[in-house]
Design a protein around this ligand. Structure first.
Ligand code: MF3
Ligand code: CO
Length: 287
């Protein structure tokens, strides 16, 4: 791109005063053989504004679930809250009909790692731990986050798994820096999980997001520090490790082709933040 032309990102600034500096820096990393993001993974200021609105609605939906979730409620009722709150604000639940997913939200209880399908028969009971994973489309832009909930009084073992999972995500977030690498996040997460005797699920991970539900890069939480894609301002992705108390191995429900379970029946927890890499750090858009 010509130095004095208007930048491709639509900022209205000249290229030399906008993305030229970033792209020259990316080029230097690419020459060293590092994995670098393509231009389409760098969100423009206009896209960032739209995606932030989607993320704000996503947070609002999760807040409403947080207010209402209780023992005795079915996961289908959670699905209804997500559908109603999302659509009443002009959004669409991203999971609904996504590759055949039949509901508006994923609800994964105890030994379910992820992608649990809400159901009238699944009644929350005291002692359960549940992940509620909410993803929103607003005005064509995507957002995604999930929270863990403990139902009534839970065992110490469940309580600890949920606490450590939250610490893992916070440590991963703290390790995320512009011009660092995705592996820095993974390393921080995996280290803390292992120090607590837990394992991190390997083959299911996070993803780029914003213009689509799942974009590049795939985000692993078990890769080494300094490895994987370079983190560049404008990138958006999820930090969403799945932490198991036992084996990291899993199997997928044969009947519904979605729900992922721990192979040893141990508990699993997951928390998901959606983040934007900025010039100075990392901003959480929804959590
Ligand atoms: N929200 C999940 C994620 O974090 C995606 C689930 S796909 C669905 O990537 F179809 F099950 F919703
Ligand atoms: Co996600």
């Amino acid at each position: 791109m010509e130095r004095n032309a208007l930048c491709w990102c639509g900022s209205g600034k000249k290229y030399k005063k906008c993305h030229m500096v970033i792209e020259e820096k990316i080029q230097l990393h690419a020459e060293k053989g590092e994995i670098v993001p393509s231009r389409k993974l760098l969100k423009t200021p206009a896209q960032i504004e739209k995606i932030k609105a989607s993320a704000a609605l996503n947070t609002l939906v999760l807040d409403e679930v947080s207010r209402q979730i209780h023992a005795g409620m079915s996961t289908d009722e959670i699905d209804k809250i997500v559908y109603d709150v999302t659509t009443s604000h002009g959004g669409i639940p991203a999971p609904l009909n996504y590759e055949g997913f039949p509901k508006s939200v994923c609800t994964s209880i105890n030994n379910e790692i992820c992608h649990g399908i809400p159901d009238k028969e699944h009644i929350l009971k005291e002692g359960d731990i549940i992940n509620v994973d909410v993803s929103t489309i607003l005005d064509g832009y995507f957002s995604d986050a999930s929270r863990m909930f403990t139902i009534g009084k839970v065992s110490e073992r469940a309580e600890k798994l949920v606490r450590v999972t939250e610490e893992c995500v916070e440590l991963g977030l703290a390790a995320a820096k512009p011009w660092g690498h995705l592996g820095d996040i993974a390393y921080a997460i995996n280290k803390h999980a292992q120090e607590n005797g837990y394992s991190v699920v390997e083959d299911i991970g996070g993803h780029g997001i914003g213009l689509q539900f799942h974009e590049d890069p795939f985000v692993s939480y078990v890769t080494p520090k300094g490895s994987e894609m370079l983190l560049v301002p404008g990138m958006m992705f999820t930090i969403e490790p799945m932490i198991n108390e036992g084996s990291p191995d899993f199997f997928v429900d044969e009947d519904n082709d979605w729900t992922v379970y721990t192979v040893d029946d141990g508990l699993s927890a997951q928390i998901e933040y959606m983040v934007l890499v900025t010039e100075t750090g990392v901003e959480v858009l929804t959590k």
